[in-house]
Design a protein around this ligand. Sequence first.
Ligand code: F55
Length: 836
Amino acid sequence: QTKTPSKVDNMFQNYSHSEIARDTATIKNSVIMHLTATFLRTPTSMDSGHAYLASAFSVRDRLLQRWNLTNEFHDRMKAKRVYYMSLEFLIGRTFDNALLALDLRKEYGQTLGEVGFRLEDIIDEERDAALGNGGLGRLAACYVDSMACSDYPGWGYGLRYKYGMFQQQILNGYQVEVPDCWLDSPNPWEFPRPDVTYPVKFYGHLVRDPNNDDRYIWESNVVYDAMAFDVPVPGYGTTNVGNIRLWSCKTNSLFDLNKFNSGDYGGATGGQVAAQILTDVLYPNDNTNDGKELRLRQEYLFCSATMQDIIARFKKTGRPMSELPELAAIQLNDTHPTLGVPELMRILLDEEEMSWDDAWEVTTRTFAFTNHTILPEAMEKWPVPMLDKILPRHMGIIYKINLYFLQAVEKRFPGDRDLLRRISIIEESNPQQVRMAFLACVGSHKVNGVAAIHSDIIKQTIFKDFVRIQGEDKFINKTNGVSPRRWMNECNPDMSDLITDVVGDRSWVNDLAKVKKLEERVADEDFRRRWWDAKQKNKQRLAEYILTTTGIQVNPNALFDVQVKRIHEYKRQLMNILSVIYRYHCLKQMTPEVRAKELHRVVIFAGKAASGYWVAKQVIKLINAVAEVVNADEEIGDVLKVVFIPDYSVTAAEYIIPASDISQHISTAGTEASGTSNMKFVLNGGIILGTVDGANIEIGEEIGEEQIFFFGCLAHEVEDFRHYLRFNQPKPDDALQTAFDMIQRNTFGDGAIFQPLIDSVVRGGDVYLLSVDFPSYIQAHNAVEDAYRNREEWITKSILSVARMSKFSSDRSIQEYAEEVWNIEPVRVTSCSMGI
Ligand code: F55
């Protein structure tokens, strides 16, 4: 029985007009309700774990109300949607974020206080949703946050990994990986949607449609089901709630009745167990592609379920398929979701029975593609035989896309065989490989890099021929950004309160241009003092965090010098620790009197190495070996401490970033596409020591060169240096040689285990140019020290930096994508404009 529309509208009107309850009595009731009815506890038997869960479920109820309102509203408005397809969403925690977005932090703090808990402790009970590796995954999370806050109708699509990014333990100085069983406890922030489930086929064979040359029937009996879980994304200061739809995998032959009837109860559900594997685990590689077949199947499950869902949602509008690009824009977060392109083609050709040309037009107008790296080892390529076996229909479609593309190019550039070989989507290697970046490029109407320098580089390197063929306008820059909600307001409450005082209200959180006003206060003595004190308090908080996670005691009055990011050779943590070794050497040479006058410094590292990346793991071991010797050296005392904080995560970053004085972003020029933590550090009043690379360059342009410490060779010089070093021994300067000598003389334990690291510089061609940049790196460190000693100058730098950083809000990035790539507009959700 269906209800009459008028009755539905009446119900909905009542529902949508009832704003969420904010009085503490109602909140307390709902927390107690969840405690008793959802978790079978009583107020007397409540521990902080259950206090968190009950509070979180009560916040979730309030979010749900707005979630429904938002989606119903967008449906009714037939708003154009953007779908951000990403294999990774590095969300972190949600509870505090939701409290701030809904403006309920005070109320929940009070309610929890009344039952004997501190809000900060309850917040600490939540586990991170770590469904990503690093920058790329966190960017996706910031972008969905910005879409929600700026009222853009946008959803993220991703995978619900049972095991997220592994947890890192440090044992005997080495990284040990521990599985991240984040779903072992109830997850208040996901809504299972068993009704939103799609079948996804693998393997099998093709049957040609005798009446339609473009159409095939794909027969397969390996079918998985992808079931949706929705993760709401609360918009700050708006009714709008975004969504991340994550797919979880199971078989669709739920139950094998024959096996069950023959008494094989285990076998009857065996299919389900096997199928789980597809969404079981996140691949823990950043910037490397190891080409595993399971990963390819993971990517396809994701793309197929997402494309089926997007089309099902589009069909509800009743518009013809040819109008898909008017109502949907799809962004590919790197090449990982590129199978979405042939999958959309397959659906349009085989199921919607469109012609090839019409289907291709719809596809290319719908997709756009973001490139995040040019490191050769990160480029996705799949062997043709593997793709052909797992996805025979898609392989056929890719061949045809390539054929038509090459034919068009041949027409415009007749006889240029080498051009065709270079741009072919199929690499003529043995076996042949599908170049996913080229497929993504050909299947999209826009291709972008993630910082100005990176967007230039990709136009001159991997997409050079494509720029000539498809035109300059297709290749654009969209400099990354970060969410001021999480990366200022949430993680740095004291600095945020100060900014709020200056701006007059908290509206800067959604409109970062307003922080410009800080410049007016740069000479205000009282303000400057409070600015310094806020940083000191954050350093105190980090010192406590370091003590509990490592047992190392650090002095909060020392300079905090931070490098936290994935461990990778191109990011050059090795260069950093070698400079620490050299500093240690210099300090040891000094008389106690001279040494006592040195600037005190805490060098902080954190970051995970991919499990199979041996060199990166040795770097972690070296850092810990140096830390052990230096920290135990009584002569050195507080003048130098070295800390490796284990298990870097979004939550750890929220402690670390607000506490930094100087942070290091020291990749070899031209290798870090953008970086996003560089933005976070400066937005929290920290100063950058960095190379002329990625977004460092634009940060310098915005805040002024006096506010940033640059060093090292430039991107256009790298090729010549590398060429030179291929044929000539590198020449370490005295400082670098001293550091090598100390390692080899077993100052930090058995030096032999670190010889491969030294060899990567002196014998391996020094691909990342440590020997080239080391002298200017040491000089830059000295400049930092001089500047920090002049406290007043330092405070000025810090305030001016934050004031001039508004470009790096992800709200700006998202607005640019919306206007220049997606062609969508904000839709403000209001219950009165529901027209009911
Ligand atoms: C993950 C999986 C694969 Cl197969 C390849 C790469 C990655 C990954 O994590 N990449 C990544 O994080 N790239 C980073 O993207 C950031 C956001 O654009 C950039 O700021 C950063 O420079 C880049 O390295």
